[in-house]
Design a protein around this ligand. Structure first.
Ligand SMILES: Cc1cc2nc3c(=O)[nH]c(=O)nc-3n(C[C@H](O)[C@H](O)[C@H](O)COP(=O)(O)O)c2cc1C
Length: 248
């Protein structure tokens, strides 16, 4: 209907000059379409996928993240997916001015790491759902993920510091963390400490992300049977999670 209207308006205004005719139609077209495009944008779910394995798309954590994203897309086929690949070391460590700013009352530079930080925070802010795929490295997050965190956990931007300690500044949204590890770090058969999940919980909480959902494929170094078993158990857990949330 609105499309018809924006086509019909130039015809109705036959006597007007061609130039005015064109611009009037353009303006009316804009007026008619702009609210629609805003509604479309508001309704589109944005998924930000931060992938952190040095093995890229061949990695187990990436594979698991695709399962998570598959479920999300099944729920909302029009969702937009933004891939932020950090695993191959695409993000530089934070620079000197950024480090000084973190311990100062104001930012001492709006360049270098500050720009990178702003880009990554904007990406995070426009995401309705965050998916992080990551391996366990030496009982915790790989350094590539730590670099991403160092850029998005920024004082005065994503958290504040006051007498009560640190207060988050981001709005909450669902976060899915897809983890792969060579050995097991959870359950009765765990033979190593886990500094990965408690660390991610603490740092994501600090900036305002509390709706955290962890899925793991543990024991990738324990042979094909162990991997197959772990994948099946995790697929089942994912199915149960999404089935349960769809029913709500
Ligand atoms: C530098 C490095 C450190 C690792 N440290 C651990 C570890 O502490 N615990 C563990 O279970 N696996 C460890 N692994 C093995 C990886 O977690 C395992 O290979 C995992 O499946 C990799 O996931 P990806 O395929 O998503 O990269 C380590 C691997 C690397 C490269």
């Amino acid at each position: 209907m609105i499309r018809l209207l924006s086509w019909a308006i130039p015809l109705i205004h036959g006597p007007v000059t061609k130039a005015f005719h064109g611009s009037f139609a353009w303006v009316m077209g804009f007026v008619a379409w702009e609210p629609l495009s805003i509604i479309r944008k508001v309704n589109t779910m944005n998924i930000l996928h931060v992938s952190c394995s040095p093995r890229g798309q061949s990695s187990e954590s990436y594979r698991l993240s695709q399962k998570v994203i598959g479920h999300l897309l099944q729920r909302d086929p029009n969702a937009e997916l933004i891939n932020r690949v950090v695993g191959a070391g695409g993000i530089a460590h934070v620079d000197e001015n950024y480090a000084i700013s973190q311990q100062s009352l104001e930012d001492v530079s709006q360049e270098g790491s500050f720009i990178q930080s702003e880009t990554l925070i904007n990406e995070l802010e426009s995401a309705d759902v965050l998916v992080i795929s990551t391996p366990m490295h030496n009982f915790t997050v790989p350094s590539a993920l730590k670099v991403w965190i160092d850029h998005v956990a920024r004082v005065r931007r994503t958290f504040n510091v006051g007498a009560q300690g640190k207060t988050p500044m981001l709005r909450d949204r669902p976060v899915f963390v897809a983890i792969a590890s060579g050995g097991r770090f959870s359950g009765e058969r765990a033979r190593q400490p886990d500094f990965l999940t408690p660390y991610l919980k603490a740092v994501l909480n600090m900036i305002g992300l509390h709706d955290l959902n962890f899925f793991t494929v543990e024991g990738t170094a324990l042979g094909p049977d162990a991997i197959a078993q772990a994948r099946t158990a995790t697929d089942q857990a994912l199915h149960t999670y999404f089935h349960h949330h769809e029913a709500q």
